[in-house]
Design a protein around this ligand. Structure first.
Ligand code: C2E
Ligand code: MG
Ligand code: MG
Ligand code: MG
Length: 288
């Protein structure tokens, strides 16, 4: 018995590894089908300017309309899409669809699109952006691209060049999930970002939680000294909003104002938001 222990152990783990691999391959095949059959859809979440409580833009967040599983969140499929390279065609679809949707919104509303590192590194990326703008008729100044710190960690030179090209077109660049990567602050000197999106892990979980507030304040002041707008992600409650406001952040995004909503609800939200200011947050716009 003891002698066969090694093989026995290996055999013991096989079914599990098999299941994982099978599930992965299944998911990959399904992802390809979803792409071919246009089963992705974009939901949008407002970005709100705290000086006047108005919506300044919408972040496009991709979902997968799965025949059995229902609406699948990106956390489930973006990692696999990145590993398999499928993020490139998926990301291209997201980019052109977001530009088309935004072209129908008022001029003051921009659209923010998440760009994966693999997409940015892809040679044709600047051309894709140009193509999406040209086809939709959206002005470059209404497009914001959100990238994460990892982009500046690998292939720095190539990525910096791409980012500069995009910025010359008039597209704005935001650093997403700020504070979750390494030595974030040094990256702010390497590239002139237009906006820092402070990760929601820095949102104070109770009013007056002073360290989270102090971190937000420090980033806001750093941003201000570099001429960069700061937005805080994941604001869910009024006390959080009060703290974030007190620390001087210019923009917020979060369930307090609105969850991501399907595109057909966005026009309604924009009319309400533009007519009356989004709120007050205490009084978020009602969607019928
Ligand atoms: P992200 O870009 O940081 O997007 C913000 C995420 O936080 C979204 O999750 C949003 O629904 C969620 N969120 C917003 N407000 C709140 C709040 O108040 N509380 C909490 N708990 N969460 C909030 P979602 O839509 O599941 O997307 C997750 C991530 O998937 C995104 O994080 C982004 O990194 C990625 N992703 C989404 N769409 C795309 C895409 O089109 N391309 C790429 N490459 N990545 C995408
Ligand atoms: Mg984002
Ligand atoms: Mg983010
Ligand atoms: Mg995030």
């Amino acid at each position: 018995e003891a002698k066969t222990g090694g093989r026995g152990t290996a055999r013991l783990f096989e079914p599990q590894m098999d299941a994982t691999l099978r599930e992965r391959l299944g998911l990959e095949r399904e992802l390809r089908e979803a792409l071919a059959q246009s089963r992705f859809e974009l939901h949008y979440q407002p970005l709100v300017d705290l000086s006047d409580n108005r919506i300044t833009g919408m972040e496009a967040l991709v979902r997968w309309r799965h025949p059995e599983r229902g609406l699948v969140n990106p956390a489930v499929f973006i990692p696999l899409a990145e590993e398999t390279g499928l993020i490139v065609p998926i990301g291209e679809w997201v980019l052109s669809q977001a530009c088309r949707d935004a072209a129908a919104w008022p001029d003051a509303i921009s659209v923010a699109v998440n760009v994966s590192p693999l997409q940015l590194r892809n040679r044709g990326f600047v051309q894709s952006v140009l193509g999406a703008l040209a086809t939709s008729g959206l002005k470059a100044s209404r497009l914001e691209l959100e990238i994460t710190e990892s982009v500046l960690l690998d292939d720095t030179e190539v990525n910096l060049e791409t980012l500069h090209s995009l910025r010359r077109l008039g597209v704005r660049i935001s650093m997403d999930d700020f504070g979750t990567g390494y030595s974030s602050i040094s990256y702010l000197r390497r590239f002139p970002f237009d906006k820092i999106k402070i990760d929601r892990s820095f949102v104070p979980d109770s009013a007056g939680q002073s360290d989270a507030g102090a971190i937000i304040r420090a980033i806001v002041s750093l941003g201000a000294s570099l001429g960069i707008t700061t937005l805080v992600e994941g604001v869910e409650t009024e006390p959080q909003l009060a703290t974030i406001r007190a620390e001087g952040a210019q923009e917020v995004q979060g369930y307090l104002f609105s969850p991501p909503r399907p595109v057909h609800e966005i026009a309604v939200l924009l009319e309400a938001g533009i007519a009356s200011g989004v709120g007050k947050a205490a009084n978020p716009p009602e969607i019928p």
